[in-house]
Design a protein around this ligand. Structure first.
Ligand code: 4AD
Ligand code: MG
Length: 430
């Protein structure tokens, strides 16, 4: 069992004797002196292998070691201002524990597609590990926020029988001869759960058969969703802005080293709530002024959102979408029956939608009317209608795309970089 990591060694006093296991990132030879840069999950350490200090066998092992070999070193900690971290390990003995077969297939200058083909090997790079550490901290911060704010975590099924977000992006699954689907959102199960638990959240994958090829669509993504009883649109937006602001700030504050490695310096001020609210009808005017005209009633796509958000410095809510642009379950605004009580959170500088949500219809008659108006079969939504029959309660909820938020905060060109093994229409391997 490994008990000492590079981050521990970097804090040790000179003269400490240690044994470390890590992978060979790079190697430089100066005559009889060989420098090995070893990497583990916590950092990179320079190891100096020198005649007279290390035995002959170790000198030969160091000279022949190939990139990405697994190496065990016994040595002494020394200060060296030229070493990364200001510390190096003077090796007394090195052993190769895991050799290398052929050249490691990832080299400098390799293209983005070739890197994705070798994702199983690329995951060990400092860039990918930095993103994955930030992702883990963001997930933890989101979960902590919910736990500190009276939400109960629930886990919902991924096999479903009827669409939540429209039929166009449903994945069909053969379920013992019956056609079922992979879930697009656990919203409906959360709506059932609030009658017992009042405020719930879930963190699990959602699936979308996205045919469009964009930089922000995955076919499988991690969806952070929440539902609250006794809440309307304004309560919902206050919840979303606190969750996003406080969790992102916390995760970024904990990630100084990784952000440095990625050369990213997202502004924490930009994340401080409250966020502006912009109505859909105002958004159309902004778009019009930028030369993009879309007919009232149609949804904004990635292109329109890019133009709309370009000049914003902070995230903002886009509210009151027309009912034609939204799924059937959205509550109609009682003061203007052309629009819904809905809100998306849009990230600035072209990134666009990162959260989608709104108030739900809680009257049985209204829900039935909307299902019929949309040409859906009420039989498919029988249990969902039941929820409006027994003590129906005003409620609202939202879904946040974890990879979307990371793409925005870390300014990633493609959403694929935010995922360990991204799934898109064109990519399901490795
Ligand atoms: O806006 P969406 O479709 O809303 C829902 O699914 C609601 N039922 C959620 C709810 O109210 N409980 O999806 C929510 C968020 C989007 O804002 C986006 O961040 C993310 O999920 N998302 C995707 N992320 C990556 N790839 C895709 N194909 C995504 N589709 C949605
Ligand atoms: Mg949406």
């Amino acid at each position: 069992l490994k008990t000492i990591y590079i981050e521990d060694i970097l804090k040790m006093p000179e003269g400490s004797h240690v044994q470390l296991t890590g992978w060979l990132r790079s190697k430089r030879a100066h005559g009889k002196l060989v420098f090995l840069d070893l990497r583990d999950s916590t950092g990179v350490l320079q190891v100096a292998v020198k005649g007279g200090v290390a035995d002959q066998q170790s000198l030969e092992a160091a000279a022949s070691a190939a990139r990405e070999s697994l190496i065990n070193v016994e040595g002494v900690v020394r200060a060296d201002s030229r070493a990364p971290g200001g510390i190096e390990l003077a090796a007394n003995r090195i052993r190769i524990l895991g050799g290398v077969v052929g050249d490691f297939p990832i080299r400098r200058g390799i293209g983005a597609r070739a890197l994705l083909d070798r994702r199983h090997l690329h995951l060990r790079s400092p860039r990918v590990t930095a993103i994955m550490k930030i992702r883990a901290r963001l997930l933890r911060a989101l979960r902590n926020w919910f736990d500190e704010n009276r939400f109960i975590e629930i886990n919902c099924p991924s096999f479903i029988t009827a669409a939540v977000e429209g039929g166009a992006t449903l994945f069909k699954v053969d379920y013992f001869g019956r056609e079922v689907y992979l879930t697009q959102s656990v919203q409906f199960y959360q709506e059932a759960a609030i009658y017992g638990l009042e405020r719930v959240y879930s963190i699990q994958p959602s699936f979308r058969a996205e045919k469009s090829k964009t930089r922000r669509h995955l076919t499988e993504f991690w969806h952070v969703e929440a539902e609250m009883a006794h809440a309307g649109l304004e309560d919902l937006m206050k919840t979303i802005e606190r969750l996003v602001g406080e969790s992102c700030i916390r995760a970024l504050q904990e990630s100084g080293e990784e952000l440095g490695r990625l050369e990213r310096h997202p502004s924490l001020d930009m994340l401080e709530p409250p966020y502006d609210r912009v109505r859909y009808s105002e958004a159309l005017e902004i778009l019009e002024s930028k030369g993009v005209s879309i007919p009232w009633g149609s949804d904004l796509g990635a292109d329109e959102e890019r133009v709309l958000t370009q000049d914003f410095e902070r995230p903002f809510f886009l509210t009151h979408f027309p009912k034609e642009a939204k799924a059937f379950y959205h509550r109609i605004d009682p003061t203007d029956n052309r629009v819904t009580l809905s809100a998306d959170l849009l990230a600035p500088k072209g990134y666009g939608e990162v959260v989608g949500g709104g108030e739900r219809i809680y009257s049985l008659d209204e829900l039935m009317a909307r299902i019929e108006a949309e040409g859906l079969d009420p039989k498919d939504y029988e249990w969902y209608l039941d929820l409006r029959r027994y003590g129906s309660v005003q409620h609202a909820g939202f879904g946040l795309g974890l990879e979307r938020v990371l793409q925005w905060l870390l300014e990633l060109r493609s959403i694929k970089s935010a995922s360990l093994f991204p799934r898109t229409r064109a990519r399901i391997y490795p």
